[in-house]
Design a binder for this molecule. Structure first.
Ligand code: 13P
Length: 251
């Protein structure tokens, strides 16, 4: 039941034309492949409709990188979960550490976003992870526990079973420093244990937990070989079709 997933997160990169070119290249590279995992690309809002249409006959699914914490109305510049859904996207990355740090997304805001994404039939890829100082103080477990309790453990079991978790240690994002497979496995197992305590063993067993943070073609296989690491959330290496494909091939 548990799905392996390799998901790209383009972040704030690529113009519309560049994004279409990258999605086209990736589609071609995967056209004769049967990946042993689900493949998702997370793109900026402006790419979603075009890229979803382009990929509709391919194995690649599309994610937004964010959505609003309000249903609709006078919120200039925001993009709602319903709008994201209407583009053809199926997933929505939420709680990324960059959004928490630079756009002040709190546990409460994220709880609203998760609720709205689910209400509009989008699957949240919910990110958690500690900063360097917290890891150095050996506080990573309590940090991820608080993040889960603050924004997703309020969900019903049925709602929670539509969530993908992404463990992304902030000190590993874009730094070239990767958590070792042992470090990642240890905390993934801890996270799965928290899900089991809250929702029971079966939902925990079925929950996909991705690792993110300088995951690349060289280290992906070592990470994915662990029993509680069900794939990757890929930033920099998702911006080149060959690199991203090599990570998919690690499965
Ligand atoms: P990098 O792969 O560039 O470290 O980014 C990881 C990430 O933040 C994915 O969401």
């Amino acid at each position: 039941m548990r799905k392996n997933i390799v998901a790209g997160n383009w972040k704030m990169n690529k113009t519309l034309q560049e994004g279409v070119a990258l999605a086209t290249e990736l589609k071609e590279k995967l056209s004769n492949a049967t990946p042993n995992c689900e493949v998702i690309i997370g793109t900026p809002f402006i790419h979603l409709a075009t890229v979803s249409e382009l990929l509709k006959d391919s194995v690649i699914k599309v994610a937004a990188e964010n959505c609003a914490d309000k249903e609709s109305g006078a919120y200039t510049g925001e993009v709602s979960a319903a709008m994201v859904k209407s583009t053809g996207a199926q997933y929505c990355i939420l709680g990324h550490s960059e959004r928490r740090a630079y756009y002040h997304e709190t546990f409460d805001i994220l709880r609203e976003k998760v609720k709205l994404a689910l209400a509009h039939d989008l699957k949240p890829i919910f990110c958690i992870g500690e900063v360097k100082e917290e890891r150095e103080a050996n506080k990573q477990n309590e940090v991820v526990k608080a993040q889960l309790e603050g924004s997703v453990f309020n969900l019903s079991a049925e709602e929670f079973s539509n969530i993908v978790l992404g463990y992304e240690p902030v000190w590993a994002i874009g730094t070239g420093l990767t958590a070792t497979p042992e470090q990642a496995q240890e905390i993934h197992a801890y996270i799965r244990g928290l899900v089991a305590e809250k929702y029971g063993k079966q939902i925990a067993e079925d929950c996909t937990i991705l690792y993110g943070g300088s995951c690349n073609a060289k280290n992906a296989a070592g990470l994915f070989a662990n029993p509680d690491i069900d794939g990757g959330l890929i930033g920099g290496a998702s911006l080149k079709a060959d690199d991203f494909k090599a990570i998919i091939d690690a499965f």
